[in-house]
Design a protein around this ligand. Structure first.
Ligand code: NAI
Length: 331
């Protein structure tokens, strides 16, 4: 039976993987540390590693893994922007991922963020607990009839668009590969300029690539409708956070809700409540009353975790059999 070394393993990973592994009986060693060139030694004797969004799988890490006999990387997530695919290919290390697991889980979180940011329910919750029933500062906008711009109309973007449609919003979309399902919802594909200029809410659902890094920069922010809200549940690097701070300070961007942050690797999935956080950009961000941040929990539902564990282990089983794996990347 193959040995899989899992990195960045949280207690919930262990629970869901142990259940899914009942069908396979693989040996899994769980390590709570993130994968990097330094921690790769923990994979000694393993056939493969299982990694997550904030693990570092650059050439140095992959070389260290490969030198120890690691033959595959099983990502337990959809995005693989943190994997040097060219290096993996050169080293003969197979990379598999979970391309789709409950896209609705992330879409619903995007909506949870927007609804909270818009109606300030996070602030209202605290006020009511303190006996403060004043409404000043809680004013939102009615979403019905507003225009929502979805950048990236793939699985999650489409699921998000469906919910917005249910709210009675007009849908604008931007994608390199327009999809009929989006237009069937009444969505209209337009240029990025048009989408930014006309949307009351912009929601990002494209992957992080060289093309999409800082897709929302100072120029894009200046092109947005004043007072519009920006939602990012995709990857932090899609947004130039410093430019967003300037736009918020200028009272131009109406609000920001993010589940991902460009420098999240050193922060997210850990308890830093007793630490002094050195990231001044992040700390500035949390001071705005119209900024809402969650720590990469869009995927965090029972259904999604079940699917992630099952598909990850099925991917490994497929590689072990030497069978072609549809979820392999970089081929
Ligand atoms: P997908 O592959 O189904 O859709 C992505 C869409 O983006 C595709 O239609 C693609 O054509 C489009 N796209 C690519 N480059 C583009 C560009 N330059 N401009 C406009 N559109 C572009 O992926 P899916 O499943 O919808 O996931 C989207 C992203 O969500 C993932 O890449 C991942 O980063 C993020 N994600 C976040 C999670 C969370 O917990 N917050 C969980 C799962 C995924």
């Amino acid at each position: 039976m193959p040995l899989i070394a899992m990195f960045s393993a949280q207690p919930y990973d262990r629970r869901f993987f142990e259940t899914a592994n009942a069908r396979h009986g693989f040996h899994i060693s769980y390590h709570d540390v993130a994968l990097s060139a330094e921690s790769a030694v923990l994979a000694h004797g393993a056939d493969g590693v299982c990694a997550f969004v904030n693990d570092t799988l650059d050439a140095a890490t992959l070389e260290a893994l490969s030198a120890q006999g690691v033959r595959f990387v099983a990502m337990r997530c959809a995005g693989f922007n943190n994997v040097d695919i060219a290096a993996a290919k050169r080293l003969g290390v197979a990379v598999v991922r979970v391309p789709a697991y409950s896209p609705e889980a992330v879409a619903e979180h995007a909506l949870a963020l927007l609804l909270t940011l818009n109606r300030r329910t996070h602030r209202a919750y605290n006020r009511v607990r303190e006996g403060n029933f004043m409404l000043e500062g809680l004013l939102g906008m009615t979403l019905h009839g507003k225009t929502v711009g979805v950048i990236g109309t793939g699985r999650i973007g489409l699921a998000t668009a469906r919910i917005f449609r249910g709210f009675g919003c007009h849908l604008l979309g931007e994608d390199r590969y327009p999809c009929d399902d989006f237009t069937a919802l009444g969505g209209e594909y337009v240029s990025r300029e048009c989408l930014l200029a006309e949307s009351d809410v912009v929601s990002l659902h494209c992957p992080l690539t060289d093309d999409t890094r800082y897709l929302i920069d100072a120029q894009a922010l200046a092109a947005m409708k004043p007072g519009a809200m920006l939602i990012n549940t995709s990857r932090g690097g899609l947004i130039d956070t410093r430019a967003v701070i300037e736009s918020l300070k200028a009272r131009r961007l109406g609000g920001l809700a993010i589940d991902v942050y460009e420098q999240e690797t050193s922060l997210f999935f850990r308890d830093h409540s007793s630490d002094i956080i050195d990231d001044d950009v992040f700390q500035r961000l949390v001071t705005f009353p119209n900024v809402l941040i969650t720590g990469h929990q869009g995927f965090f539902t029972q259904e999604a975790l079940t699917e992630i564990a099952e598909v990850t282990l099925d991917n490994v089983a497929c590689l072990m059999r030497g069978a072609p794996c549809a979820n392999r990347v970089g081929d």
